[in-house]
Design a protein around this ligand. Structure first.
Ligand code: NAP
Length: 324
């Protein structure tokens, strides 16, 4: 039986692994289909403290993993198909049918940015297509940018990107925005933001150097238009990766795991959540790493505190939690 199984290998999971391994908890880390998470889809990370010259996302993740392995964390690759949290010890079934048994679980499966699913999009990730203005805005100084989406994220990212870009155009598929009034008002008051409403993106156009345009369908006229641009920021929402939990943990109304304020505890004692899977707000590598550290400390305390208990006892400690 493991002391702790960590599911997910972004900065949250890997930081938890470093801390638990250093505490001699011998954690097992399960690496899913997108090892390293969203950082592996960005290029240079310039805002992670400690790297004054910046560091490539995949390198940062590889370093964290090496650090965790150095202290004895073990890694396994494979989907977690099922988790049974109704009894302790908890049981996880991984790809191939093997069952793993553990005293505690840290969920750090992150959230995946939604993509449009149009031609030219996936091929140009990191070559003009981005889903994170905070990460990549800096690379578009003096350039033309399109932000796709009509929600609060689109308004916020567009506003932020006007600090760098010569022009920001918001492309939204309807006439009406989904964003809250205050966010809309702020974007509308920004003279560097232009609007392309009622236009549905249909293709990303690129050359050998990267993105050059976004083809859209004008829903009012039925005509195709080509909007020239140097970059397209897709801000149509994120999906927290929780399907495998099968509804056993409490979430907020948009699917993010709920933790008790100031902790990483979910509604099931012994199950902790950290990183983007429980954070619809900040979503940064450094905040994910910070919450990974918190999860490891919470988890260690939990496992030590229950050392004399019968681990196979039935769970009756499930309680309600509120989001921070
Ligand atoms: P969201 O509210 O779900 O908005 C997503 C937007 O993307 C919608 O306008 C939607 O269009 C559009 N969209 C979705 N799929 C699309 C597709 N396939 N093609 C084209 N457009 C598509 O997501 P969000 O903006 O990321 O916000 C998520 C949550 O975080 C919200 O609750 C939001 O209030 C919150 N948030 C708050 C703040 C803040 O208060 N500072 C900042 C960011 C986010 P339709 O409108 O036509 O559906």
């Amino acid at each position: 039986m493991y002391n702790a199984i960590i599911v997910g290998t972004g900065p949250a999971g890997l930081t938890a692994a470093i801390y638990l391994a250093r505490a001699n908890m011998e954690p097992l880390v399960i690496e899913g289909p997108e090892p390293g998470g969203q950082l592996t889809t960005t290029t240079e990370v310039e805002n992670f403290p400690g790297f004054p010259e910046g560091i490539m996302g995949p390198e940062l993740i590889a370093n964290m993993r090496t650090q965790a392995e150095r202290f004895g964390a073990k890694f396994r690759t494979g989907w977690v198909n099922k988790v049974d949290m109704s009894n302790r010890p908890f049981k996880l079934e991984i790809e191939g049918g093997e069952e793993l048994v553990t005293k505690s679980i840290i969920i750090s499966t992150g959230a995946s940015a939604k993509y449009l699913g149009i031609p030219g999009e996936k091929d140009n990730i990191g070559r003009g297509i981005s889903t994170c203005a905070t990460c990549d805005g800096f690379f578009f100084r003096g350039k033309k940018i399109i932000v796709v989406g009509g929600g609060d994220s689109a308004m916020e990212e567009a506003h932020f990107l006007t600090k760098f870009a010569s022009e920001v155009r918001i492309v939204h598929r309807r006439d009406e925005l989904r964003a809250s009034k205050i966010m809309q008002d702020r974007a509308r008051a920004n003279s560097k933001i232009a609007w392309e409403l009622n236009k549905t993106p249909i293709e990303v156009v690129a050359n050998e150097r990267g993105v050059t345009g976004l083809k859209v369908l004008n829903n009012a006229t039925g005509e195709e238009e080509l909007l020239e641009t140097d970059g397209v920021f897709i801000t149509i929402g994120h999906t927290p990766n929780t399907t495998f939990l099968d509804g056993q943990l409490q979430t907020n109304e948009i699917g993010y795991l709920l933790v008790k304020p100031g902790t990483t505890e979910t509604n099931i004692p012994g199950v902790f959540a950290c990183g983007d899977v429980q954070d619809p707000t900040y979503r940064q590598a450094i905040t994910a790493a910070g919450s990974g550290c918190m999860a490891a400390l919470d988890c260690e305390k939990f496992v030590e505190g229950h050392a004399v208990h019968d681990w196979s006892q039935s769970l009756n400690e499930t309680e309600s939690v509120q989001h921070v």
